[in-house]
Design a protein around this ligand. Structure first.
Ligand SMILES: N[C@@H](CCC[C@H](N)C(=O)O)C(=O)O
Length: 351
């Protein structure tokens, strides 16, 4: 199944019984784990097939932080379509498939640069996603700047059932969640976001004080959002400096959300709270976001790193995982570490 530009991709059906690569008589999955400000992903080299190598159900198991590898999602690097260099697809840790992932696409760019040995060569790619064309570029300083496309504000396309109140958009509208009235602005960056700076008539948000696990799911599953929603809770430090915590659709509270940071700046501009160029502080670190007036495009700049502590696993006779060896290259400094190819070698019982 391939995804069409602008359309929310559907869940992939379970086609093969195991995600394990059975070539050469062994059963293995090659992947690398990356993170963007602590928003972590298992990246799968899927360039030889337009079908993800693992199913959503298998992704749920791999993302489990106690019984699996642990991640906020699984990202697949697939062949490009319609003239693009690559296609990116992602499964959230609950197995649902979002249209886009901001931190994920920065990790994707670093992953592709390693796979294709592009050091010192062209490091900008066209990537087909469920949100349309996305263009990440690895800068000389190692940060990844991404052209995230244009925000979608039309209520029906976010999608939200809330009535539009500013042109076609929903800006600082009332949303009752669990008996409390919040002011929300709805923005799609390909995926849906509900951004709030606080409750009606309430104090400015102190985002550290929020119990995200308690309030987040109530926004995510609110009737106003037919495709569920990501929610960003935002505190304004200054017109160019915001602080945000996200409850993500399908992944819960994460340390960072790239599309959420973009939606936050768009909402802050629409509500007259911020300038078009902001730093957004997330629990995992800052992202620089610009919503350009000239072309209406949103640009996001931030890091993407390989997760340290990668291992080769095998399963012993009692079906227990044993660490075969660490493959952290001894000669490298942590900052210079090349991405690691992690070989997970297990029996089919895991998945
Ligand atoms: N963490 C991501 C967003 C991932 C998708 C999201 N959970 C959804 O379902 O829309 C980001 O950095 O943008």
């Amino acid at each position: 199944m391939s995804i069409e530009s602008g359309a929310a991709p559907q869940k992939t059906s379970s086609k093969s019984s195991s995600f394990l690569d059975q070539r050469e008589g062994s059963r293995s999955l090659h992947f690398v784990k990356y993170h963007g400000l602590g928003n972590d992903f298992i990246l799968v080299d899927n360039r030889d097939s337009s079908e993800p190598k693992i199913t959503p159900e298998q992704a749920v198991k791999l993302c489990d932080r106690n019984f699996g590898i642990g991640a906020d999602g699984v990202i697949f690097a697939l062949p490009g379509v319609n003239g693009t260099d690559y296609t990116m697809r992602i499964f959230n840790s609950d197995g649902s498939e979002p249209e886009m992932c901001g931190n994920g696409v920065r990790c994707f760019a670093r992953f592709i640069a390693e796979l294709e040995n592009l050091h010192g060569k062209r490091q900008s790619f066209t990537v087909h996603t469920g949100a349309g064309l996305i263009v990440p570029e690895i800068q000389e300083d190692g940060l990844v700047k991404v052209d995230m496309g244009q925000p979608v504000l039309k209520a029906a396309n976010v999608p939200t059932k809330l009535a539009s109140n500013k042109n076609d958009a929903v800006v600082k509208s009332e949303l009752v969640v669990d008996g409390v009235t919040w002011n929300v602005t709805c923005v799609s960056m390909g995926n849906p976001h509900c951004v709030t700076f606080g409750t009606k008539g309430g104090e400015d948000l102190q985002v550290d004080a929020l119990n995200l696990a308690q309030i987040g799911p109530k926004f995510e599953h609110h009737d106003a959002f037919p495709a569920r929603t990501n929610t960003e809770f935002v505190q304004v430090y200054s017109p160019s400096h915001l602080k945000m915590r996200a409850w993500e659709r399908g992944s819960g509270a994460t340390l960072a959300c790239g599309t959420g940071a973009c939606a936050t700046v768009v909402a802050a501009v629409l509500e007259g709270r911020a300038t078009r160029k902001c730093t957004v502080d997330l629990p995992g670190g800052p992202l620089d976001i610009e919503w350009r007036e000239e072309d209406n495009q949103v640009y996001m700049t931030g890091p993407a790193e390989v997760v340290l502590g990668a291992f080769v696993f095998e399963v012993d006779q009692q079906e227990r995982f044993i660490t075969k060896k660490s493959i952290v290259p001894a000669a490298c400094g942590i900052e210079d570490m090349i991405p690691l190819l992690v070989l997970l070698k297990v029996y089919g019982q895991l998945i």
